[in-house]
Design a protein around this ligand. Structure first.
Ligand code: NAP
Length: 525
């Protein structure tokens, strides 16, 4: 079906009465139909009421029921077919291959969470049997499991219209945990959001789940986004976007009579350290890989390599020259929204006019309405250390090379960095000692540390950490990608001396759910 310009509240399709939203094709600047009337407090109220009502039933679904629901969401998204891709191309300017890949990732992620739910490890079941004879004090029977937090508000990201939007990672992990979800769709791709939202709505109906398990709202973040986060029924928030947006939501969540966790992924410049032997042995090859990573998705990735750090010398000059040639040859790509394009132009404009920064290359000028002209800049470590503004994310295909006097200064730069999603080492065997000296610093800065790869391209798997200290995220203890993301929306409950008849099934004697449990400190088969 084509998008109808509706919000989805439980099983209803609804219209709001606040400021209308129009998607814009960023390649042409043309406005796209239909118009989405923005939601108001009334729609937030209705969605929260339904979500709260759904929670009691949804959280009690069996592992299989919940997993089957997630599988059905994936199948319903696939069943939309090419219309979803066409609409996403029109609303984001992203190429078809990228969006088809992103659809695969989105459905794969939903199915991964279905398998995680079925395995039940996330319940983290722990049983410490009673020790009535223990001296000097007997021990009561103690059993622990994880339960879902309650309804979750998810803010769709502009840069992942499928994988981090309506049925993306935040939604999939919250639904997997047993939390109803209310999505505040991103205003840049409302049609894509509605199509996916209707797929989730159909899955809710097919799996006979309560209608409030899922709702989708549109409207201004400062109005309905803030109202959602302030609503007492919302118990956690997932967000991907700007530092300003994320911190505004953190403040609202903290100011509530009952503060709640906000899992906001915000800004990261993903430092890449070029260690001396690697730079000497294969500088040109590294430059090639670097510019390919920089240009991916017009640089509109939270993992874009926005900072390169190395010791000054002929090897670094050769690297910069090779990277500059590749940047100059880079075709301009369409950026996601007029707003993101304007912010990018402002960011590169500020770098270009900064007298402590040297512009070494700009990419091709594009013909699209909102082109990203790549950029490469160089500055001295001393100037970088003296000006914290040089750490600000320029969201797009631009990177800053920091020339250090020696490895000591490289470590100084590393120590002064803000929190990051990733840190990358380009290193050879002979760089091991230099890398060992950096590693403890980088562990305190980043959620993922890579050797001889590029930070763009985040695997959805069990070991992934897509997180990091502020401002990369609002809570460095978690990840927003991979199966561990489910733990953001759970909390532990301990049951002391409860009779068998009152215990949750998963904690009863005999292990009725057949899930791995820790019994008296030992793993039960
Ligand atoms: P954004 O402006 O932070 O918006 C993201 C979402 O949050 C939108 O739905 C927005 O609503 C809402 N929002 C923004 N400010 C809010 C507030 N004060 N209170 C409540 N809700 C609020 O991000 P964006 O539109 O995606 O892109 C803008 C910039 O964010 C980019 O230029 C880039 O710098 C950064 N960004 C970073 C990443 C990353 O992964 N690091 C990803 C995407 C964007 P409305 O806009 O509908 O009002």
């Amino acid at each position: 079906m084509t998008p109808q310009g509706k919000m989805l509240i439980g099983r209803e399709a609804a219209s709001g009465s606040s400021k209308p939203i129009h998607a814009v094709n960023p390649a042409t600047g043309e406005q796209l139909a239909p118009t989405y009337a923005g939601g108001t407090q009334a729609e937030v109220e209705r969605a929260c009421e339904l979500a709260e009502a759904a929670f009691a039933t949804y959280r009690e679904t069996t592992l299989e029921q919940r997993a089957a629901f997630l599988d059905t969401v994936a199948s319903e998204i696939e069943a939309i077919g090419d219309e979803l891709i066409e609409r996403a191309i029109a609303e984001t300017g992203l190429p078809r291959a990228r969006l088809e890949g992103e659809r695969g990732r989105t459905c794969g992620q939903l199915r991964l969470f279905a398998s995680v739910v079925r395995a039940g490890e996330w319940l983290d079941l722990r049983l410490d049997p009673a020790l009535p004879e223990r001296e000097p004090m007997p021990r009561a029977d103690l059993r622990q499991r994880h339960i879902p937090l309650g309804p979750v508000a998810v803010f769709g990201a502009s840069n992942f219209p499928l994988a981090f939007s309506v049925a993306g990672g935040d939604t999939a992990s919250a639904l997997a945990a047993g939390c109803p979800v209310i999505v505040k769709g991103h205003s840049a791709h409302p049609g894509t959001s509605e199509l996916v939202g209707r797929a989730v709505q159909r899955a809710v109906e097919k799996r006979d789940l309560p209608e409030g398990t899922f709702s989708l709202l549109f409207g201004s973040g400062s109005e309905i986004g803030q109202a959602l986060v302030a609503d007492p029924r919302i118990q956690a928030v997932g967000f991907t976007g700007s530092r300003g947006g994320g911190t505004a939501l953190m403040k609202t969540a903290q100011a509530r009579p009952q503060p709640i966790p906000v899992y906001a992924e915000m800004s990261s410049i993903n430092p890449v350290f070029l260690l001396p032997e690697a730079l000497r042995a294969r500088g040109a090859k590294i430059a090639e890989g670097f510019v390919a990573s920089l240009n991916m998705g017009a640089g509109q990735f939270c993992t874009n390599p926005g900072l390169v750090i190395a010791v000054k010398g002929p090897e670094l000059s050769a690297f910069v020259e090779a990277a500059a040639d590749a940047v100059k040859a880079s075709a301009a790509q369409t950026m996601l929204t007029p707003g993101i394009h304007a912010a990018y132009e402002q960011g590169v404009g500020w770098l270009s006019s900064n007298d402590k920064v040297r512009e070494v290359a700009r990419g091709q000028v594009g013909e699209s309405a909102h082109p990203c002209q790549a950029g490469l800049y160089v500055t001295a470590a001393g100037d970088f250390l003296a000006d914290t503004e040089l750490q600000e994310e320029v969201f797009g295909a631009t990177s800053l090379v920091i020339e250090c006097a020696d490895q000591h200064e490289m470590r100084q730069v590393a120590s002064q960095l803000e929190g990051q999603l990733t840190a990358t080492l380009q290193m050879d065997d002979a760089d091991l000692d230099a890398a060992k000296a950096l590693l403890p610093i980088l562990e305190r800065k980043a959620g993922r540390i890579l050797a001889n790869g590029w930070p763009t391209g985040v695997e959805v798997c069990h070991a992934m950490v897509h997180g990091g200290p502020y401002p990369a995220t609002s809570d460095s203890r978690t990840t927003s990608v991979g199966s561990a993301a489910i733990f953001r929306f759970l909390r532990p409950v301990c049951y002391q001396a409860l009779p068998q008849g009152l215990l949750p099934e998963a904690l009863k004697d005999g292990n009725p759910w057949k899930v791995s449990r820790l019994v008296d400190g030992k793993r039960e088969a």
